[in-house]
Ligand binder design. Structure first.
Ligand SMILES: CC(C)(COP(=O)(O)OP(=O)(O)OC[C@H]1O[C@@H](n2cnc3c(N)ncnc32)[C@H](O)[C@@H]1OP(=O)(O)O)[C@@H](O)C(=O)NCCC(=O)NCCS
Length: 115
């Protein structure tokens, strides 16, 4: 639980008929999570939640936000680009898997947040 709290400092959820259909989480300027449940993809749920998250991050004093999108996740990348995010560079990050840690490539995407 402590580890979760450290990882997910701030979160937002989208509720629809008392069900959580999407969530986002960030820590400092890093947006670490954005997830929309399958039946709610292709609706405005993702863009509304991302906009709300950006507003909260800006309120916390973040001027430039960053996220790491798995290389090959074209759907997510197109979505972020439509939302005004830019691919800054390709990076690799160690990710824990079945066979220990592996270096995985990510697109490091950023967006300047309006205050
Ligand atoms: C990334 C995510 C938040 C985007 O939300 P979304 O609702 O899918 O976003 P959009 O509605 O803008 O759709 C994105 C693209 O998928 C397409 N799409 C919409 N519904 C689709 C469906 N049922 N099947 C396949 N593609 C679909 C859209 O047409 C769009 O493609 P386009 O750019 O060619 O027009 C969501 O897909 C998600 O939660 N994915 C799983 C978790 C994830 O990858 N998170 C990001 C980690 S960095």
């Amino acid at each position: 639980m402590e580890r979760m709290t450290a990882l997910l400092q701030s979160t937002l959820v989208t509720e629809l008929n008392e069900e959580i259909v999407a969530f986002s989480a960030w820590r400092g300027h890093i947006l670490g999570q954005l997830y929309v449940a399958m039946p709610h993809r292709g609706t405005q749920a993702a863009s509304r939640l991302l906009t709300a998250s950006e507003i909260e991050m800006a309120k916390e004093g973040v001027t430039e936000s960053e996220l790491h999108c798995l290389v090959g996740n074209e759907r997510a990348r197109r979505f972020y680009e439509r939302m005004g995010w830019h691919n800054k560079e390709k990076i690799t990050e160690p990710v824990a898997g079945e066979h220990g840690q592996t270096d995985v490539p990510f697109w490091c995407m950023t967006k300047l947040l309006a205050i």
